[in-house]
Design a binder for this molecule. Structure first.
Ligand code: IMP
Ligand code: MG
Length: 183
């Protein structure tokens, strides 16, 4: 599958599925070694983190359980405001647990910063973050992301779980959206 599968919406392929797969191998090895002998709770943030969660979790040898949250950021238009509403909360009591939040992308960092504080306040033993993508140039707040897949330029990207108006989540690669697609 390549850029043509997105029709005219795509500008270019930023990360191929092979690159993503290789990077996930390394991230999983690091996580396995950091959490050796501990039971990890993976918390996927819906909907964007579905692909990363599915692929990363299958590469882990550690004992893990999985849960999901859905959050929505209040704000005007497409900009994150940092004020977050929980649409779907965890089913799990995380008190005393080692929690690893799995995210698709850290953009401004506002959503993740709120989520970290929220989960930490529930008495987890530890809360860390694994993010597939990060846009360092877009950061409005410093968020400690323990495991980062790729640092990418400050451009709008889709694929591998990421959407534009709910489209393109199913692409197995990450691509940049052509400006005419969102104008
Ligand atoms: P933040 O609060 O600005 O870090 O926003 C994070 C959320 O915005 C992510 O979990 C994504 O759902 C969405 N997002 C940020 N950048 C992009 C992008 O380039 N493509 C698609 N979604 C994005
Ligand atoms: Mg999103």
């Amino acid at each position: 599958m390549d850029a043509h599968d997105m029709g005219t919406d795509l500008e270019r392929v930023l990360l191929t599925s092979e690159q993503i797969d290789q990077r996930l191998d390394a991230m999983a090895a690091e996580i396995d070694s950091d959490y050796a002998g501990r039971e990890l709770l993976l918390v996927g943030v819906l909907k964007g983190a579905v692909m990363a969660m599915a692929d990363l979790s299958r590469k882990l040898h550690s004992k893990v359980t999985m849960d999901w949250m859905a959050v929505s950021s209040y704000g005007s238009g497409t900009k994150s405001s940092g004020v977050v509403r929980i649409l779907k909360d965890l089913d799990t009591d995380i008190h005393g647990r080692d929690v690893l939040i799995v995210e698709d992308i850290v953009d401004s960092g506002l959503t993740l910063s709120w989520l970290l504080a929220n989960l930490r306040s529930r008495g987890a033993r530890s809360v860390e973050v694994a993010a597939m993508l990060r846009k360092p140039d877009a950061a409005k707040v410093e968020v400690p992301v323990r495991y980062v897949g790729f640092d990418i330029p400050n451009e709008f990207v889709v694929g591998y779980g990421l959407d534009f108006a709910e489209h393109h989540r199913n692409l197995p690669f990450v691509g940049t959206l052509a400006p005419q697609a969102y104008q």
